[in-house]
Design a protein around this ligand. Structure first.
Ligand code: ZN
Length: 217
């Protein structure tokens, strides 16, 4: 069944990533029957705003198939107007309950931005736009005293979550109404696992474990 709440969608994504990491993928929804079933309409349960890196293929790392994920990818998961419009389409028209910002370790876009920042050298063509879009995250990391690349990448993922919510009133409204959750995740290239870096709204604390009677008194 297609997940219809943010919590169900998150659980489904994490389960798929676990199958992928442990070498037990099910490759769901990739057969001809499912292709025909979704030809008439789509109800993806998650939007993935991911880095374009060729090793970050969303359907593979979350072990999903056709019609499951609405994927928008740019180098360094930068969120310009077309990206925001695509996210808003999925969330409002398709009713998708979860938006995931997906970054990864050793991200070349963040590295390039960092290098440009250090050397002050300008990049040719439109590459400068990517670097410019990553720059606020570099400044934020610097203010927080974070200077290792993977730490900066975590800051950039969290910053992208905030950028989506700050620039898209439509998305922010859905989140405030409890109809959508935005989660920032970092993917590890070698191991294949995703780690949650940021979440809006913040996850509820886990319920306290019942007291163990054996330890009482
Ligand atoms: Zn990247």
């Amino acid at each position: 069944m297609t997940p219809s709440t943010p919590e169900q969608a998150l659980t489904e994504l994490r389960a798929g990533n676990h199958r992928f990491v442990t070498g037990a993928p099910k490759h769901p929804n990739q057969d001809a029957g499912h292709r025909a079933a979704v030809a008439g309409g789509q109800h993806p349960f998650a939007v993935i705003v991911g880095c374009s890196d060729s090793r970050l293929a969303a359907e593979i790392i979350f072990d999903r198939g056709l019609g499951d994920l609405f994927v928008v990818r740019t180098a360094g998961h930068t969120a310009g107007p077309e990206v925001l419009g695509s996210v808003e389409y999925a969330v409002t028209v398709l009713g998708t309950p979860l938006v995931v910002v997906l970054g990864h370790d050793s991200c070349g876009a963040v590295q390039a931005a960092r290098e440009g920042f250090r050397t002050g050298s300008a990049l040719v063509g439109h590459l400068g736009a990517v670097v410019d879009a990553v720059s606020p995250s570099l400044l934020r990391a610097s203010r927080q005293g974070v200077d290792d690349l993977d730490g900066i990448i975590d800051v950039h993922i969290a910053q992208t979550v905030e950028t989506l919510l700050a620039r898209s009133a439509v998305l922010a409204e859905r989140v405030a109404a409890g109809r959508c959750t935005v989660v920032g995740m970092s993917y590890r290239l070698a191991g294949g696992e995703v780690r949650t870096v940021a979440q809006s709204p913040a996850p509820l604390p886990a319920p306290a474990a019942p007291a163990d009677p054996a330890l009482a008194g």
